[in-house]
Design a protein around this ligand. Structure first.
Ligand SMILES: [Zn+2]
Length: 140
């Protein structure tokens, strides 16, 4: 008997799950190290910015000021980005624990993420069908 419309659940062996888990933990460690470096580089980024900001104007040109703001914003967005990626990794680790790893996280989707993608993006959340259009060229 066949069920052609039901997506086939990928079969993960204990060993495979261990491999994904290790990949996730390695990535997590790497990200945390990245974030730490970030924090060391400028531990009081926000406070520093707040105190310096009112001094702008008299001594700095508008261009210089804009540059400062841009660099502050790009640092913030980098930090934010790293934090989001860290969350994705943590959620994927939770899914391994819960036994839902590999399942598409889109509500109402019962699809699964291909193993070849999980090999590269062990934190992948969506199947190809649900993947947001803009991330399609960054993910496979
Ligand atoms: Zn999906």
């Amino acid at each position: 008997m066949e069920f052609p419309f039901i997506p086939m659940k990928p079969y993960f062996t204990e060993k495979e799950l261990e491999v994904y888990k290790k990949k996730l933990l390695d990535k997590k460690k790497e990200l945390e190290q990245g974030l730490n470096k970030f924090a060391e580089k400028d531990p009081n980024l926000k406070g520093d910015y707040d105190t310096r900001y009112p001094d702008f104007g008299a001594s700095q040109s508008v261009d210089e000021e804009a540059l400062e703001v841009a660099s502050y914003e790009s640092s913030l967005s980098l930090e934010h980005n790293l934090e989001l990626r860290l969350q994705d990794l943590e959620q994927a680790l939770k899914r391994i624990k819960k036994g839902t790893y590999g399942k598409c996280q889109q509500k109402d989707c019962d699809g699964y993420i291909r193993k070849e993608r999980l090999e590269i993006y062990p934190e992948a959340k969506f199947c190809m069908r649900c993947l947001p259009e803009k991330s399609k060229h960054t993910e496979i």
